[in-house]
Design a protein around this ligand. Sequence first.
Ligand code: CP3
Length: 352
Amino acid sequence: MKDISVPAATAEKSILKALRGETQATPPIWMMRQAGRYLPEYRATRAQAGDFLSLCYNSELAAEVTLQPIRRYGFDAAILFADILLIPDALDADLWFVTGEGPRLSTIEDMSGVTALKGAGDIHDHLAPIYETVRILRRELPEETTLIGFAGAPWTVATYMIAGRGTPDQGPAHKMREEAPEVFDALMARLTEATIEYLSMQIDAGAEVVKLFDSWAGSLKGEAFQRYALEPAKEIIAALKARHPETPIIAFPREAGDGYIGFANATGADCVALDNSVEASWAAAHVQKDGCVQGNLASSHMVTGGQALVNETRAIVDAFRGGPHIFNLGHGITPDADPENVQLMIDTVRST
Ligand code: CP3
C-alpha cells in the first residue's frame, strides 16, 4: 500500500484540497461572518455573554457561536469567532463597542502612543482565551470541517487605531502615513510582528488555515498599496511559512481591483479572497490563473434572495469551474439577511 504522510481525514477536507490547488466539481463553501446577528441562535448566545467583546473572550461561548452555522448549514469551513481589533486590545489600546455604531479605541497620535503599546511578544496572556477557543473547536468540529483562524492586516488595524473608530475613507491613517511616516512605520512594524505571533499561536492551537483580512486595502493606491498592503502581507506570510510550512494562508486585500493581479505570487498566499466589485470572469482569467481564489457573491443577495441569487451564484460557480475555488461572499453577511437565503445559496452551489 502507498505510504501517505498526511492523515486521511485531513487530506480529504475539500477546503484544504482547494487550497493545495485542486480543481473540484463542486466548490467547497463557507461564508464571512457566518456566525452573526442574522442568526437567532447567535443573538441568544450573545445576550447570554453580555456583549460582543465578552463573547469573543468567553472560549466556551465563542466556540458555541462558531459551531452554530456549521450545525445549521454544514459549511465546509468554520471561522474562529473573534475580531480583528483584539490585537490592539492585547497591545493595550483601549477597545470598546458602541451598540449600533461599532468599535471605539484610544487613538494613536504620535510616537509616544506607539512606544506605550506592549511588545508583540507580550500579547499572549491577553489572547489566551482565543487560543482556547481554537482548541475547543478542533475537538468539537466534524472531521470534514476545516478550522480557519484569522487576523486583520496591519494597514486595516492601523486605520482603526489611528482614527479611534471606523472611517469611510481612512483619512486619519492616510494623513499620518503622509505627514508622520516614522510614527506610522513604527505602528505598522509593531502590528506586523504582533500579527505573526498571534497567527502562529492560532496554528499551534489547531487552526488549519489562516486568513489575513485587509478590509481597507482598496483605499491604498499604486506605491502605497505595494508598501502598506502587499509588503506586510508578504512579511507575515514568509514568517508563518517558515514556522508552519504546511498551513495554507488566504489573503483578502479587499477592493484591490487590479492589485489582485499577481498578489498571490508576490506575497506567497495560497489563495486570494475576492470582493464582489470584480467580475468573476475577469478574476478567473487574471487571478485564478495563479491558483486558488475565494468568493465572490454580493452579500446583498442574502437579503434579497430569489432567482437573482440563484442566477448569480451559478454564474460565479461556472466562471471559476476551471480552477481551484472556494465559494464565499464578497464581504460579510449583514444582520438583515434571511437565513433561508443562505440555504438557497448552498443548495445552488451544490447542485450547479
Ligand atoms: O467571519 C466571521 O464570522 C468570524 C468573526 C469575525 C468578526 N469580525 C466578528 C464580528 C471576523 C473575521 C471579523 C473581522 C473584522 N472585524 C473585520 C474585517 C472584515 C470585514 O468585515 O471587513 C473588521 C473591519 C472588523 C472590525 C469590526 N468588528 C467592526 C467595524 C464591527 C462593527 C460593525 C458590525 O458589523 O457591527 C465589528 C463587530 C463584529 N465583529 C460583529 C461580529 C459578528 C458584530 C458584533 C455584534 O454581535 O454586535
